[in-house]
Design a protein. Structure first.
Length: 162
């Protein structure tokens, strides 16, 4: 059941990433059109594009870690014995969990510390820049637990699109 929840969250993150990429392309296109055709650069478009890059990147990173679509420490493990490989995979997932916890906590602290400041071109809180990294940290923690449970059961985590 936990794996199914993680798979659905990962799939939702991928769909949000797709929507974010489309919005990013639209914002940059509008910015270029405004600058070169209308000779009136929309100042909000660049800020929105930068914010969208953060969301798309952070959600994509978390899903990439879950679906093992990243260059990982596991690449050296193919040469190790099965018992060493299994122990190292536990260590790797524990390190991912710790990194995700640190990322979630510290980015949440950043969100809180800058929440009262505003992005002048968008009129929203500066904290929205750090929200995606905090969310990604929580997702890394969830997905590493999923991998640890899968290792304990001797099964593979099924990628979100399968």
């Amino acid at each position: 059941m936990y794996t199914e929840i993680c798979r659905r969250i990962a799939r939702a993150c991928m769909w949000l990433g797709i929507v974010g990429m489309i919005a990013l392309v639209c914002a940059v296109t509008w910015q270029v059109f405004g600058r070169y055709v209308l000779n009136n650069t929309p100042t909000w478009a660049e800020s929105l594009a930068l914010l969208l890059v953060l969301y798309v990147t952070m959600l994509g990173t978390a899903v990439g870690v879950r679906d093992a679509g990243h260059i990982g420490l596991e690449s050296m493990l193919v040469l190790a014995s099965e018992s060493v490989r299994l122990k190292m995979e536990y260590v790797i997932q524990a390190l991912i969990f710790i990194f995700g916890a640190a990322m979630a906590w510290n980015c949440a602290v950043l969100v809180e510390s800058v929440w009262t400041y505003r992005l002048p071109t968008l009129g929203i809180s500066e904290g929205w820049r750090y929200v995606p990294a905090s969310i990604a940290g929580v997702l890394l923690m969830m997905f590493s637990v999923e991998h640890i449970l899968a290792l304990a059961k001797g099964v593979e985590v099924v990628p979100a699109w399968d």
